[in-house]
Write a protein that binds this ligand. Structure first.
Ligand code: PLP
Length: 449
């Protein structure tokens, strides 16, 4: 029989519910705290920026949450996404390992982000909200939310980290094409933006600053809510369609993964592929679950597990998470979507419990793996996703060196077709490795509340 390269599901095999791991945790997560009173947050505290349905999901004790029919109708435009067996890469690496990747770049916006954007826009629309405000780093999340708002007839305002706004005009144009308004952050539109500009007129921006601007914008208008593309429990929840489909597709392939890998910015694509395996893991079996982050922004591997703000202006609740400090402005490495000082509190909790692992890579080996993948498998990956490829390649090489087979599953969270400047810089030898100095980390952590 010829080799099966793509494991495909039918439209009616899109999962009908999202998997919630909160009720499975052996020890509950610490509650988020109100930024002013420092008391556990009540749902009322979140009402100025989120609809009740998403607040309920954030704390839900239910094991599964039904996916609304209208959300499924839109998921069907690109879901189920394909699972590939990377035979060509295996041969090139001369490894006995079997490498599988779940490709989320087939969505209209080019990444996994629409899985939650569509859901969030729908719940907000049901709650009578007319406009959503958000931040974006690389532009993947902003374009996903622009797409979602457009499909539900809502307005969308995006604060885009200035360095990405300048490096990635095509992502901005894509957001404009779907009807969104995009501002380079820090901007003059909000007090948070003006405060940063007054102190640092040349600030390249950061996700922490852009979040402050979007939250301030949403909290200031009754018909506008805020939408976050990662980190929060309900975002992790919506992404579990990825791992559920992958589990079904691995069954078609007749194999179980030994290791499941995702790149890690705020945690949502990693959560998407890994969370459906957490129940098994917490029972003491199941695959290793590996989150991969840049050495330039090493939140999980060098940060501290502490209460911190999600943004620079301290407008968000205090969240117990791995963090490099809320005033940390990460260097402008090209994987813009992985430049966040904090991390999903759920993923942080799982790391603390030992249920998941984390690893960091410098950007040159990441781009090397990205180009190797593009030349062998064809797809030019997003620089964020390339972190997962680097780890998968290293796992495959380790399998070869140990002379043992190993099933590797990773999430290829998006394509890099709008990241060509980064590729050009890499190919022209203009990118440099950067690892955050310990001193810089200690300074940022010293500013923790
Ligand atoms: C393609 C891609 N992968 C991964 C990420 C990281 O985000 P998360 O950790 O939420 O998956 C981003 C963020 O923008 C992204 O664009």
């Amino acid at each position: 029989m010829s080799e099966i390269t793509k494991f495909l599901l039918r439209d009616n095999q899109i999962p009908s519910s999202w998997i919630n791991v909160l009720p499975l945790l052996p020890k509950p997560m610490e509650p988020p705290l109100h930024p002013g009173t420092r008391q556990p947050l009540s749902p009322d505290d979140l009402r100025p920026i989120f609809p009740d349905s998403l607040i309920e999901q954030e704390f839900s004790p239910k094991r599964e949450i039904d996916i609304p029919g209208e959300v499924l109708d839109i998921y069907r435009l690109w879901r189920p996404t394909p699972l590939f067996r990377a035979y060509r890469l295996e041969r090139a690496l001369d490894t006995p390992a079997h490498i599988y990747y779940k490709y989320e770049g087939t969505s209209p916006a080019g990444s996994h982000k629409p899985n939650t954007a569509i859901a969030q826009a729908w719940y907000n629309k049901q709650a009578g909200i007319r406009r959503l405000a958000t931040e974006t780093g690389a532009g993947q999340w902003g374009s996903a939310l622009a797409l979602a708002c457009n499909l539900f007839g809502m307005e969308c305002t995006v604060y885009m980290v200035k360095v990405s706004y300048q490096q990635k005009p095509y992502r901005r144009i894509m957001m404009n094409a779907w009807g969104a308004q995009v501002f380079a952050s820090p901007s003059e539109k909000t007090q948070s933006g003006r405060d940063v500009l007054a102190e640092f007129p040349d600030s390249p921006g950061s996700l922490g600053i852009a979040i402050s601007e979007a939250v301030e914008d949403a909290a200031g208008s009754r018909d506008t809510n805020y939408s976050l593309g990662s980190v929060l429990n309900h975002v992790m929840l919506h992404q579990t369609v990825i791992g559920q489909e992958a589990q079904e597709q691995m069954r078609l392939a007749g194999e179980e993964p030994d290791v499941v890998i995702g790149c890690f910015g705020g945690g949502s694509n990693f959560g998407g592929i890994a969370l459906p395996y957490v129940e098994q893991k917490l029972k003491g079996s199941g695959p290793r679950l590996l989150a991969v982050e840049p050495a330039a922004c090493p939140t999980l591997t060098k940060g501290v597990f502490a209460y911190d703000f999600g943004d620079v202006a301290k407008l968000t609740p205090l969240i117990k998470m791995f963090t490099l400090g809320h005033d940390f402005v990460p260097p402008g490495i090209h994987a813009g979507g992985l430049r966040y000082h904090g991390a999903s509190p759920l993923a942080s909790h799982l790391l603390e419990l030992g249920a998941i692992e984390a690893q960091s890579y410098r950007q040159l080996p990441v781009f090397e793996a990205a180009l190797q993948f593009a030349r062998i498998e064809g797809i030019l990956p997003a620089p964020e996703s390339a972190h997962a490829i680097r780890a998968a390649v290293d796992e495959a090489i380790a399998a070869r060196e140990e002379g043992k087979t190993r099933n590797i599953l990773f999430c290829l969270s998006g394509h890099g077709n709008f990241d060509l400047t980064s590729y050009e810089n890499y190919m022209e030898g203009k990118l440099h490795d950067y690892e955050l100095p310990a001193q810089e980390i200690s300074r940022a952590i010293a500013a923790l509340p």
